[in-house]
Design a protein around this ligand. Sequence first.
Ligand SMILES: [Zn+2]
Length: 480
Amino acid sequence: MDRYIRKIRQAMPGGDIWIKESTYAQAEGLRAIYATAAEKECLIVDGCKAFLFEGEAVDGIKICPLNHANRLALNREIRYTRPQAIGAATASFGCGDRLGLANEGQLAAVRKTKAKPVLAQQSLRELDLTGRSYDDVIDAASWAVFKAGYREGYGADGDHLKTKREVEAALEHGCSMITLDCSGVLREPPAQAAALSRAYEQIPAKKRLPLEKEYMNEAQAASIGVTYTRQTWMEVLVTYLDAVELAEDIYIELIRSRGRRIDYEISLDETAHTTSAEAHYFVARELKKRHVRISSIAPKFVGEFQKGIDYIGDTEGFRHNLRIHCTVAACFGHKVSIHSGSDKFKVFPVIADETKGLFHVKTSGTSWLEAVRVIAGNAPELYRRMHRKALEHLDEARSYYKVACDVSAVRPLDMAADDELSAYLEQNHSRQLMHITYGILLKDTEMHDEIFEFLKKNEKIYGLQVKQHIEKHLTSLGCL
Ligand SMILES: [Zn+2]
Protein backbone atom coordinates (compact mmCIF):
# COMPACT_ATOMS: atom_id res chain seq x y z
CA MET A 1 0.00 0.00 0.00
CA ASP A 2 2.92 2.36 0.74
CA ARG A 3 3.96 2.04 -2.86
CA TYR A 4 0.56 3.34 -3.94
CA ILE A 5 0.58 6.18 -1.47
CA ARG A 6 3.99 7.29 -2.69
CA LYS A 7 2.81 7.28 -6.25
CA ILE A 8 -0.44 9.07 -5.58
CA ARG A 9 1.41 11.73 -3.62
CA GLN A 10 3.57 12.25 -6.64
CA ALA A 11 0.56 12.69 -8.89
CA MET A 12 -1.63 14.67 -6.48
CA PRO A 13 0.58 16.65 -4.17
CA GLY A 14 -0.72 18.72 -1.28
CA GLY A 15 -3.34 16.80 0.63
CA ASP A 16 -4.15 13.85 2.78
CA ILE A 17 -4.32 10.52 1.10
CA TRP A 18 -6.83 8.05 2.27
CA ILE A 19 -7.06 4.62 0.77
CA LYS A 20 -10.07 2.56 1.57
CA GLU A 21 -8.69 -0.92 1.65
CA SER A 22 -12.05 -2.62 1.88
CA THR A 23 -12.68 -1.50 -1.67
CA TYR A 24 -9.61 -3.18 -2.99
CA ALA A 25 -10.74 -5.40 -5.82
CA GLN A 26 -8.82 -7.80 -7.93
CA ALA A 27 -9.66 -9.50 -11.18
CA GLU A 28 -7.49 -11.16 -13.78
CA GLY A 29 -4.92 -8.60 -14.86
CA LEU A 30 -6.32 -5.83 -12.71
CA ARG A 31 -6.09 -4.35 -9.24
CA ALA A 32 -8.51 -1.53 -8.46
CA ILE A 33 -8.51 0.64 -5.34
CA TYR A 34 -10.68 3.54 -4.26
CA ALA A 35 -8.78 6.44 -2.75
CA THR A 36 -9.26 10.04 -1.86
CA ALA A 37 -6.29 12.31 -2.21
CA ALA A 38 -6.23 16.07 -1.81
CA GLU A 39 -9.99 15.74 -1.17
CA LYS A 40 -10.48 14.34 -4.64
CA GLU A 41 -11.86 10.88 -5.18
CA CYS A 42 -10.06 8.60 -7.55
CA LEU A 43 -9.77 5.08 -8.76
CA ILE A 44 -6.29 3.62 -8.80
CA VAL A 45 -5.66 0.74 -11.15
CA ASP A 46 -2.68 -1.32 -12.05
CA GLY A 47 -2.03 -4.56 -13.86
CA CYS A 48 -2.04 -5.37 -17.53
CA LYS A 49 -5.66 -4.30 -17.94
CA ALA A 50 -5.05 -0.79 -16.59
CA PHE A 51 -4.99 0.41 -20.18
CA LEU A 52 -8.77 -0.08 -20.27
CA PHE A 53 -9.21 2.89 -17.94
CA GLU A 54 -8.96 6.62 -18.60
CA GLY A 55 -6.50 8.33 -16.32
CA GLU A 56 -3.03 9.51 -15.64
CA ALA A 57 -0.25 6.95 -15.64
CA VAL A 58 2.26 7.52 -12.86
CA ASP A 59 5.15 5.19 -12.35
CA GLY A 60 3.35 1.98 -13.27
CA ILE A 61 -0.05 2.77 -11.75
CA LYS A 62 -2.92 4.75 -13.18
CA ILE A 63 -4.91 7.37 -11.32
CA CYS A 64 -8.36 7.60 -12.81
CA PRO A 65 -11.40 9.83 -12.32
CA LEU A 66 -14.72 8.30 -11.26
CA ASN A 67 -16.32 9.02 -14.61
CA HIS A 68 -18.73 7.17 -16.88
CA ALA A 69 -16.12 5.54 -19.13
CA ASN A 70 -14.24 4.19 -16.12
CA ARG A 71 -17.46 2.94 -14.56
CA LEU A 72 -18.15 0.92 -17.72
CA ALA A 73 -14.62 -0.50 -17.65
CA LEU A 74 -14.96 -1.35 -13.97
CA ASN A 75 -18.34 -3.02 -14.63
CA ARG A 76 -16.79 -5.19 -17.32
CA GLU A 77 -13.85 -6.30 -15.22
CA ILE A 78 -15.29 -6.48 -11.71
CA ARG A 79 -18.57 -8.27 -11.87
CA TYR A 80 -20.11 -7.19 -8.58
CA THR A 81 -19.99 -3.54 -9.61
CA ARG A 82 -22.49 -4.06 -12.40
CA PRO A 83 -26.25 -4.32 -11.91
CA GLN A 84 -27.58 -7.84 -11.86
CA ALA A 85 -30.91 -9.61 -11.58
CA ILE A 86 -31.94 -10.47 -8.03
CA GLY A 87 -34.62 -13.06 -8.78
CA ALA A 88 -37.92 -14.05 -7.25
CA ALA A 89 -36.49 -16.00 -4.31
CA THR A 90 -34.74 -13.11 -2.56
CA ALA A 91 -36.31 -10.09 -0.90
CA SER A 92 -35.38 -6.80 -2.49
CA PHE A 93 -35.61 -3.17 -1.54
CA GLY A 94 -35.78 -0.41 -4.12
CA CYS A 95 -33.88 2.75 -3.24
CA GLY A 96 -34.49 5.46 -5.76
CA ASP A 97 -31.93 8.22 -5.49
CA ARG A 98 -33.00 11.35 -7.31
CA LEU A 99 -29.77 13.20 -6.61
CA GLY A 100 -27.12 10.55 -7.11
CA LEU A 101 -25.85 11.19 -3.58
CA ALA A 102 -27.94 8.82 -1.47
CA ASN A 103 -26.76 5.41 -2.66
CA GLU A 104 -23.98 5.06 -0.11
CA GLY A 105 -26.30 5.71 2.82
CA GLN A 106 -28.97 3.43 1.36
CA LEU A 107 -26.47 0.66 0.78
CA ALA A 108 -25.07 0.99 4.29
CA ALA A 109 -28.57 0.23 5.59
CA VAL A 110 -29.62 -2.54 3.19
CA ARG A 111 -26.31 -4.44 3.38
CA LYS A 112 -27.06 -5.26 7.01
CA THR A 113 -30.05 -7.34 5.89
CA LYS A 114 -30.69 -10.37 3.72
CA ALA A 115 -32.58 -8.20 1.23
CA LYS A 116 -30.80 -7.12 -1.91
CA PRO A 117 -30.76 -3.44 -2.84
CA VAL A 118 -32.02 -2.04 -6.11
CA LEU A 119 -29.83 1.05 -5.96
CA ALA A 120 -30.58 2.51 -9.33
CA GLN A 121 -34.31 2.90 -9.75
CA GLN A 122 -35.70 5.66 -11.88
CA SER A 123 -38.81 6.12 -13.90
CA LEU A 124 -38.67 8.19 -17.06
CA ARG A 125 -40.69 10.82 -15.22
CA GLU A 126 -37.99 11.00 -12.55
CA LEU A 127 -35.18 11.11 -15.12
CA ASP A 128 -36.93 13.90 -16.93
CA LEU A 129 -37.70 15.89 -13.80
CA THR A 130 -34.15 15.59 -12.49
CA GLY A 131 -32.42 16.05 -15.86
CA ARG A 132 -30.52 12.78 -15.39
CA SER A 133 -29.98 9.74 -17.62
CA TYR A 134 -29.77 5.99 -16.93
CA ASP A 135 -26.02 6.35 -17.33
CA ASP A 136 -25.87 8.91 -14.53
CA VAL A 137 -28.03 6.80 -12.26
CA ILE A 138 -26.10 3.57 -12.81
CA ASP A 139 -22.78 5.44 -12.55
CA ALA A 140 -23.78 6.63 -9.09
CA ALA A 141 -24.88 3.16 -7.99
CA SER A 142 -21.81 1.38 -9.37
CA TRP A 143 -19.38 3.75 -7.70
CA ALA A 144 -21.28 3.53 -4.43
CA VAL A 145 -21.04 -0.27 -4.54
CA PHE A 146 -17.36 -0.19 -5.40
CA LYS A 147 -16.54 2.35 -2.70
CA ALA A 148 -18.42 0.34 -0.11
CA GLY A 149 -16.81 -2.93 -1.19
CA TYR A 150 -20.28 -4.46 -1.43
CA ARG A 151 -20.00 -7.71 -3.35
CA GLU A 152 -23.43 -9.28 -2.91
CA GLY A 153 -25.02 -7.84 -6.03
CA TYR A 154 -27.46 -5.00 -6.61
CA GLY A 155 -30.13 -4.19 -9.14
CA ALA A 156 -30.92 -1.33 -11.51
CA ASP A 157 -34.59 -0.85 -12.26
CA GLY A 158 -35.92 0.85 -15.37
CA ASP A 159 -39.00 1.83 -13.46
CA HIS A 160 -42.51 2.38 -14.80
CA LEU A 161 -41.71 1.93 -18.48
CA LYS A 162 -44.61 1.74 -20.86
CA THR A 163 -43.36 1.04 -24.36
CA LYS A 164 -40.93 -1.20 -26.21
CA ARG A 165 -38.72 1.75 -26.99
CA GLU A 166 -38.49 2.71 -23.33
CA VAL A 167 -37.72 -0.85 -22.27
CA GLU A 168 -35.10 -1.23 -24.96
CA ALA A 169 -33.34 1.98 -23.91
CA ALA A 170 -33.25 0.90 -20.26
CA LEU A 171 -31.81 -2.51 -21.18
CA GLU A 172 -29.22 -0.97 -23.48
CA HIS A 173 -28.01 1.17 -20.61
CA GLY A 174 -27.56 -1.84 -18.37
CA CYS A 175 -30.72 -2.03 -16.28
CA SER A 176 -31.08 -5.46 -14.68
CA MET A 177 -34.75 -4.98 -13.89
CA ILE A 178 -37.63 -3.77 -16.00
CA THR A 179 -40.86 -2.59 -14.44
CA LEU A 180 -43.49 -2.64 -17.13
CA ASP A 181 -46.18 -0.11 -16.30
CA CYS A 182 -49.33 -1.49 -17.89
CA SER A 183 -51.50 1.52 -17.08
CA GLY A 184 -51.57 2.65 -20.73
CA VAL A 185 -53.28 -0.58 -21.80
CA LEU A 186 -55.40 -1.36 -18.74
CA ARG A 187 -59.00 -0.84 -19.72
CA GLU A 188 -61.69 0.46 -17.46
CA PRO A 189 -64.44 -2.18 -17.29
CA PRO A 190 -67.88 -0.67 -17.92
CA ALA A 191 -70.01 -0.60 -14.77
CA GLN A 192 -73.24 -1.45 -16.55
CA ALA A 193 -73.90 -5.10 -17.32
CA ALA A 194 -74.94 -4.57 -20.93
CA ALA A 195 -71.92 -2.39 -21.71
CA LEU A 196 -69.61 -4.91 -20.03
CA SER A 197 -71.03 -7.74 -22.16
CA ARG A 198 -70.56 -5.63 -25.28
CA ALA A 199 -66.94 -4.84 -24.40
CA TYR A 200 -66.36 -8.51 -23.65
CA GLU A 201 -67.81 -9.63 -26.95
CA GLN A 202 -65.62 -7.21 -28.83
CA ILE A 203 -62.64 -9.35 -27.86
CA PRO A 204 -62.06 -11.70 -30.83
CA ALA A 205 -63.86 -15.01 -30.21
CA LYS A 206 -60.81 -17.10 -31.01
CA LYS A 207 -58.99 -15.57 -28.06
CA ARG A 208 -61.96 -15.11 -25.79
CA LEU A 209 -63.70 -18.47 -25.95
CA PRO A 210 -60.77 -20.78 -25.11
CA LEU A 211 -59.81 -18.50 -22.22
CA GLU A 212 -63.38 -18.42 -20.96
CA LYS A 213 -63.46 -22.20 -20.95
CA GLU A 214 -60.18 -22.41 -19.07
CA TYR A 215 -60.94 -19.87 -16.39
CA MET A 216 -64.57 -20.59 -15.68
CA ASN A 217 -63.48 -24.09 -14.65
CA GLU A 218 -60.15 -23.31 -13.04
CA ALA A 219 -59.72 -25.82 -10.23
CA GLN A 220 -56.34 -24.53 -9.02
CA ALA A 221 -57.72 -21.01 -8.65
CA ALA A 222 -60.71 -22.30 -6.72
CA SER A 223 -58.38 -24.24 -4.41
CA ILE A 224 -56.82 -20.98 -3.21
CA GLY A 225 -60.13 -19.15 -2.96
CA VAL A 226 -60.04 -17.36 -6.32
CA THR A 227 -63.27 -17.92 -8.22
CA TYR A 228 -64.58 -16.33 -11.36
CA THR A 229 -68.23 -15.46 -11.65
CA ARG A 230 -69.43 -14.62 -15.12
CA GLN A 231 -69.20 -10.93 -14.27
CA THR A 232 -65.75 -10.92 -12.62
CA TRP A 233 -64.40 -13.01 -15.47
CA MET A 234 -65.69 -10.56 -18.08
CA GLU A 235 -64.24 -7.64 -16.11
CA VAL A 236 -60.85 -9.30 -15.78
CA LEU A 237 -60.55 -10.19 -19.44
CA VAL A 238 -61.72 -6.77 -20.65
CA THR A 239 -59.35 -4.98 -18.31
CA TYR A 240 -56.19 -7.11 -18.42
CA LEU A 241 -55.92 -8.98 -21.72
CA ASP A 242 -54.08 -6.17 -23.49
CA ALA A 243 -51.68 -5.87 -20.55
CA VAL A 244 -50.86 -9.59 -20.73
CA GLU A 245 -50.24 -9.33 -24.47
CA LEU A 246 -48.00 -6.29 -24.05
CA ALA A 247 -46.00 -8.00 -21.29
CA GLU A 248 -45.61 -11.08 -23.50
CA ASP A 249 -44.54 -9.11 -26.59
CA ILE A 250 -41.94 -7.14 -24.67
CA TYR A 251 -40.60 -10.27 -23.03
CA ILE A 252 -40.23 -12.18 -26.28
CA GLU A 253 -38.86 -9.33 -28.29
CA LEU A 254 -36.58 -7.62 -25.82
CA ILE A 255 -35.97 -9.56 -22.64
CA ARG A 256 -35.68 -13.25 -23.51
CA SER A 257 -33.39 -12.49 -26.41
CA ARG A 258 -31.00 -10.47 -24.28
CA GLY A 259 -29.01 -13.44 -23.10
CA ARG A 260 -28.76 -12.28 -19.48
CA ARG A 261 -31.09 -12.60 -16.55
CA ILE A 262 -33.47 -9.69 -16.10
CA ASP A 263 -35.90 -9.12 -13.25
CA TYR A 264 -39.19 -8.49 -14.98
CA GLU A 265 -41.87 -6.79 -12.92
CA ILE A 266 -45.42 -6.28 -14.11
CA SER A 267 -46.96 -3.19 -12.58
CA LEU A 268 -50.74 -2.97 -12.41
CA ASP A 269 -50.78 -0.27 -9.76
CA GLU A 270 -51.03 2.98 -11.66
CA THR A 271 -54.77 2.86 -12.11
CA ALA A 272 -57.86 3.91 -10.20
CA HIS A 273 -58.90 0.28 -9.72
CA THR A 274 -57.82 -1.98 -6.91
CA THR A 275 -56.35 -5.16 -8.43
CA SER A 276 -58.53 -8.12 -7.54
CA ALA A 277 -57.13 -11.56 -6.73
CA GLU A 278 -58.89 -12.81 -9.89
CA ALA A 279 -57.03 -10.22 -11.97
CA HIS A 280 -53.67 -11.02 -10.37
CA TYR A 281 -54.25 -14.74 -10.87
CA PHE A 282 -55.22 -14.27 -14.52
CA VAL A 283 -52.19 -12.13 -15.36
CA ALA A 284 -49.78 -14.45 -13.54
CA ARG A 285 -51.24 -17.64 -15.00
CA GLU A 286 -51.34 -16.28 -18.53
CA LEU A 287 -47.73 -15.14 -18.34
CA LYS A 288 -46.61 -18.49 -17.01
CA LYS A 289 -48.57 -20.28 -19.73
CA ARG A 290 -46.89 -18.09 -22.34
CA HIS A 291 -43.44 -18.83 -20.82
CA VAL A 292 -42.89 -15.27 -19.71
CA ARG A 293 -40.60 -15.29 -16.66
CA ILE A 294 -41.44 -12.59 -14.20
CA SER A 295 -39.91 -11.78 -10.83
CA SER A 296 -42.72 -9.70 -9.37
CA ILE A 297 -46.17 -8.22 -9.82
CA ALA A 298 -47.22 -4.90 -8.32
CA PRO A 299 -50.97 -4.87 -7.67
CA LYS A 300 -52.90 -1.80 -6.67
CA PHE A 301 -53.91 -2.43 -3.07
CA VAL A 302 -56.84 -1.17 -1.04
CA GLY A 303 -56.24 2.10 0.76
CA GLU A 304 -53.90 4.82 -0.39
CA PHE A 305 -50.16 4.71 -0.93
CA GLN A 306 -49.51 8.42 -1.31
CA LYS A 307 -46.03 9.79 -1.86
CA GLY A 308 -43.83 10.33 1.16
CA ILE A 309 -46.43 9.80 3.88
CA ASP A 310 -47.83 6.87 5.79
CA TYR A 311 -50.49 4.47 4.51
CA ILE A 312 -54.01 5.89 4.49
CA GLY A 313 -56.69 3.30 5.16
CA ASP A 314 -57.59 0.39 7.36
CA THR A 315 -54.54 -1.70 8.20
CA GLU A 316 -56.52 -4.91 8.70
CA GLY A 317 -58.26 -4.38 5.37
CA PHE A 318 -54.82 -4.06 3.79
CA ARG A 319 -53.66 -7.26 5.52
CA HIS A 320 -56.58 -9.19 4.12
CA ASN A 321 -55.97 -7.75 0.66
CA LEU A 322 -52.22 -8.42 0.71
CA ARG A 323 -52.75 -11.96 1.98
CA ILE A 324 -54.69 -13.07 -1.06
CA HIS A 325 -52.14 -11.43 -3.39
CA CYS A 326 -49.36 -13.30 -1.57
CA THR A 327 -51.28 -16.56 -1.96
CA VAL A 328 -51.59 -15.99 -5.70
CA ALA A 329 -47.93 -14.97 -6.01
CA ALA A 330 -46.80 -18.07 -4.08
CA CYS A 331 -48.81 -20.20 -6.48
CA PHE A 332 -46.75 -18.94 -9.44
CA GLY A 333 -43.43 -18.24 -7.73
CA HIS A 334 -43.09 -14.48 -8.03
CA LYS A 335 -42.83 -11.74 -5.42
CA VAL A 336 -45.48 -9.20 -4.55
CA SER A 337 -44.12 -5.73 -5.17
CA ILE A 338 -45.24 -2.74 -3.14
CA HIS A 339 -44.81 0.64 -4.81
CA SER A 340 -44.68 4.06 -3.18
CA GLY A 341 -43.27 2.29 -0.14
CA SER A 342 -41.64 5.39 1.33
CA ASP A 343 -42.63 5.88 4.96
CA LYS A 344 -45.46 3.31 5.06
CA PHE A 345 -44.64 2.42 8.66
CA LYS A 346 -48.20 1.46 9.58
CA VAL A 347 -48.22 -1.39 7.08
CA PHE A 348 -44.57 -2.51 7.04
CA PRO A 349 -45.11 -5.06 9.81
CA VAL A 350 -48.12 -6.38 7.86
CA ILE A 351 -45.98 -6.64 4.72
CA ALA A 352 -43.31 -8.50 6.71
CA ASP A 353 -45.90 -10.94 8.08
CA GLU A 354 -47.93 -11.64 5.00
CA THR A 355 -45.05 -11.92 2.53
CA LYS A 356 -43.04 -13.94 5.09
CA GLY A 357 -40.19 -11.60 4.31
CA LEU A 358 -40.17 -12.25 0.57
CA PHE A 359 -41.14 -8.93 -1.03
CA HIS A 360 -40.05 -6.15 -3.27
CA VAL A 361 -40.66 -2.73 -1.75
CA LYS A 362 -39.90 0.44 -3.69
CA THR A 363 -38.98 3.73 -2.08
CA SER A 364 -37.58 6.80 -3.68
CA GLY A 365 -38.86 10.16 -2.59
CA THR A 366 -38.02 9.54 1.02
CA SER A 367 -34.27 9.81 0.35
CA TRP A 368 -34.88 13.15 -1.34
CA LEU A 369 -36.91 14.30 1.67
CA GLU A 370 -33.99 13.38 3.92
CA ALA A 371 -31.87 15.73 1.81
CA VAL A 372 -34.48 18.45 2.33
CA ARG A 373 -34.38 17.68 6.05
CA VAL A 374 -30.60 18.18 6.20
CA ILE A 375 -30.99 21.47 4.32
CA ALA A 376 -33.83 22.64 6.59
CA GLY A 377 -31.72 21.91 9.66
CA ASN A 378 -28.47 23.44 8.43
CA ALA A 379 -29.11 25.93 5.63
CA PRO A 380 -32.29 27.78 6.62
CA GLU A 381 -32.02 30.45 3.97
CA LEU A 382 -31.74 27.90 1.16
CA TYR A 383 -34.61 25.89 2.63
CA ARG A 384 -36.86 28.95 2.73
CA ARG A 385 -36.25 29.65 -0.94
CA MET A 386 -36.95 26.02 -1.82
CA HIS A 387 -40.14 26.06 0.22
CA ARG A 388 -41.37 29.28 -1.40
CA LYS A 389 -40.63 28.02 -4.87
CA ALA A 390 -42.38 24.74 -4.11
CA LEU A 391 -45.49 26.64 -3.04
CA GLU A 392 -45.43 28.77 -6.19
CA HIS A 393 -45.23 25.75 -8.47
CA LEU A 394 -47.33 23.22 -6.60
CA ASP A 395 -50.06 23.10 -9.24
CA GLU A 396 -47.54 22.20 -11.92
CA ALA A 397 -46.14 19.40 -9.72
CA ARG A 398 -49.62 18.05 -9.11
CA SER A 399 -49.87 17.18 -12.79
CA TYR A 400 -47.13 14.55 -12.20
CA TYR A 401 -48.15 13.25 -8.79
CA LYS A 402 -51.52 12.70 -7.21
CA VAL A 403 -51.35 13.76 -3.56
CA ALA A 404 -53.75 15.10 -0.96
CA CYS A 405 -51.40 17.98 -0.02
CA ASP A 406 -53.49 20.89 1.26
CA VAL A 407 -51.34 24.02 1.46
CA SER A 408 -53.76 25.79 3.77
CA ALA A 409 -52.70 23.19 6.35
CA VAL A 410 -49.02 24.12 5.94
CA ARG A 411 -47.82 26.55 8.56
CA PRO A 412 -46.91 29.90 6.92
CA LEU A 413 -43.16 30.07 6.38
CA ASP A 414 -42.87 33.55 7.93
CA MET A 415 -44.13 32.19 11.23
CA ALA A 416 -41.44 29.52 11.49
CA ALA A 417 -38.13 30.34 13.16
CA ASP A 418 -34.98 28.87 11.61
CA ASP A 419 -34.75 26.13 14.20
CA GLU A 420 -38.35 25.12 13.47
CA LEU A 421 -37.88 24.52 9.75
CA SER A 422 -37.14 20.80 10.17
CA ALA A 423 -40.66 20.43 11.56
CA TYR A 424 -41.98 20.86 8.02
CA LEU A 425 -40.54 17.42 7.32
CA GLU A 426 -42.67 15.94 10.09
CA GLN A 427 -46.00 17.14 8.79
CA ASN A 428 -47.78 15.31 5.95
CA HIS A 429 -48.92 18.28 3.87
CA SER A 430 -45.55 20.02 3.90
CA ARG A 431 -43.75 16.70 3.31
CA GLN A 432 -45.80 16.17 0.18
CA LEU A 433 -45.26 19.76 -0.88
CA MET A 434 -41.49 19.26 -0.81
CA HIS A 435 -41.72 15.69 -2.10
CA ILE A 436 -43.48 16.29 -5.39
CA THR A 437 -41.80 19.57 -6.34
CA TYR A 438 -38.28 18.12 -6.52
CA GLY A 439 -38.25 18.42 -10.32
CA ILE A 440 -39.11 22.11 -10.20
CA LEU A 441 -36.51 22.84 -7.56
CA LEU A 442 -33.80 20.91 -9.38
CA LYS A 443 -34.61 22.45 -12.77
CA ASP A 444 -33.80 25.89 -11.36
CA THR A 445 -30.10 25.89 -12.24
CA GLU A 446 -29.01 28.18 -9.45
CA MET A 447 -30.97 26.30 -6.83
CA HIS A 448 -29.82 22.97 -8.27
CA ASP A 449 -26.19 23.96 -7.87
CA GLU A 450 -26.71 25.28 -4.37
CA ILE A 451 -28.50 22.10 -3.28
CA PHE A 452 -25.74 19.89 -4.68
CA GLU A 453 -22.96 22.05 -3.32
CA PHE A 454 -24.52 21.99 0.13
CA LEU A 455 -25.14 18.25 0.11
CA LYS A 456 -21.70 17.42 -1.18
CA LYS A 457 -20.17 19.53 1.55
CA ASN A 458 -22.39 17.73 4.05
CA GLU A 459 -22.16 14.31 2.44
CA LYS A 460 -21.41 12.52 5.71
CA ILE A 461 -24.41 14.00 7.52
CA TYR A 462 -26.68 13.29 4.56
CA GLY A 463 -25.36 9.73 4.19
CA LEU A 464 -25.95 9.03 7.87
CA GLN A 465 -29.42 10.52 7.77
CA VAL A 466 -30.38 8.39 4.75
CA LYS A 467 -28.88 5.30 6.35
CA GLN A 468 -30.87 5.79 9.54
CA HIS A 469 -34.09 6.50 7.70
CA ILE A 470 -33.78 3.44 5.46
CA GLU A 471 -32.85 1.38 8.52
CA LYS A 472 -36.09 2.50 10.09
CA HIS A 473 -37.93 1.16 7.03
CA LEU A 474 -36.05 -2.14 7.12
CA THR A 475 -36.53 -2.59 10.86
CA SER A 476 -40.23 -2.10 10.48
CA LEU A 477 -40.19 -4.56 7.56
CA GLY A 478 -38.66 -7.15 9.88
CA CYS A 479 -35.29 -7.23 8.10
CA LEU A 480 -33.19 -5.76 10.90
ZN1 LIG B 1 -46.12 2.15 -9.22
